[in-house]
Design a protein around this ligand. Sequence first.
Ligand SMILES: Cc1cc2nc3c(=O)[nH]c(=O)nc-3n(C[C@H](O)[C@H](O)[C@H](O)COP(=O)(O)OP(=O)(O)OC[C@H]3O[C@@H](n4cnc5c(N)ncnc54)[C@H](O)[C@@H]3O)c2cc1C
Length: 381
Amino acid sequence: MRPVAPVEPPDAAELASIRAVLAAVQPVADRTMAQFHALMFLRHPELRAVFPAAMDEQRQLLFRALQECVRHGDDPAALRAHLVPLGRRHHTYGALPGYYASAEECLVQALARYGGDAWDERAEAAWRRLLALVSRLLVEGLEETRATPAWWQAEVVGHRQAADDVAVLTLRPDQAYPYRAGQYAAVETPWWPRVWRPYSFGSAPRADGLLTLHVKAVPAGWVSNALVHRARPGDVLRLGPAEGGMTVNHSSGENLLCLGGGTGIGPIAALVEEVAAHGPGGRRVEVFYGARRAAGLYRLPELRELAVRHPWLTVRAVLSEGGGADGTPAGELPDVVARYAPWHGYAAYLSGPEAMVRAGAAALRRCGMPADAVRHDLAGD
Ligand SMILES: Cc1cc2nc3c(=O)[nH]c(=O)nc-3n(C[C@H](O)[C@H](O)[C@H](O)COP(=O)(O)OP(=O)(O)OC[C@H]3O[C@@H](n4cnc5c(N)ncnc54)[C@H](O)[C@@H]3O)c2cc1C
């Protein structure tokens, strides 16, 4: 790749005027983002086809992404950690490097229209600097994926109900699909074109190349309900490339503390399978598996069987709505895990509902676990 000149992040004064504009447009964020999309689609009509029919969610996502960029505007490392993976995802959505310069221009015009008194020459220069940096990092992510397919087609070859509103889907990708235990992929169903949602792989890579997803239908959720209640063998989904850094470093030998809530047990079980296949190398693996009620612990028999076979593995179930008759502890997963502290020498892997993951990460930090030993795939940390 040809070398590109670095873009300096905005300085403190520039960030102040960037923030003033963001505050001014916040009450009309939806209109501002709609203006941006309208300008983009005028310049690049072909782009409309890569967005979903309903654009309200896109406007919210875009404004939230802008807020994140401004929040980390003076921290290039944080911007990089946030934007390079997003640029990789843009490859799946059909973005081309040439779109980003247009996007900068259209965003400047939309902000100028709604930025009120906060918009002046200085603000414009500051925004242009920030957006140039943002584009640079997104394009970097996009370029990294050049050799990778933008998406795979995957046929549903198995679909079974595993618990209330939870389905396990077995998929056969149309070509070899590389991934590691603990990773996830953006998934699109035929019923909601161009609406992509991330789902984790529920097992480590298999010799037969099949993939599994464990999906819980959430109230009024578009994609999850389609996957749980509508998908059947023969249906074809699209999958983006594998993403996420919640993978095991087999050369580190660190012990693993794994928290899986609900379908979040999928990537945790995958990690356990990978350690079993690779060999534990002297490490211990402690799994805490949480659900509201016992019926939600649908992978417990399978995990307990693994624990019987592998002395390095301990599996504990936790129920938030009253403990089980068999002595399963009651409580929220993060609180129960904290009771077993200290966790020196462990790296933590957390997966499940966002509130559980954030509470779990905070509880482990309070137990003295260093930030880089607490791993999960939620944005914003
Ligand atoms: C890295 C990552 C991995 C993920 N892996 C999995 C996985 O393996 N299995 C899985 O089932 N999900 C997983 N998710 C969640 C998944 O991506 C979707 O967010 C979820 O399925 C809802 O999408 P939807 O289109 O059905 O709902 P949306 O249409 O996005 O939401 C519809 C409504 O439901 C609400 N809602 C959204 N999520 C929830 C929720 N969890 N509980 C209650 N209400 C909610 C929304 O606020 C909204 O009002 C993962 C998320 C991330 C970030």
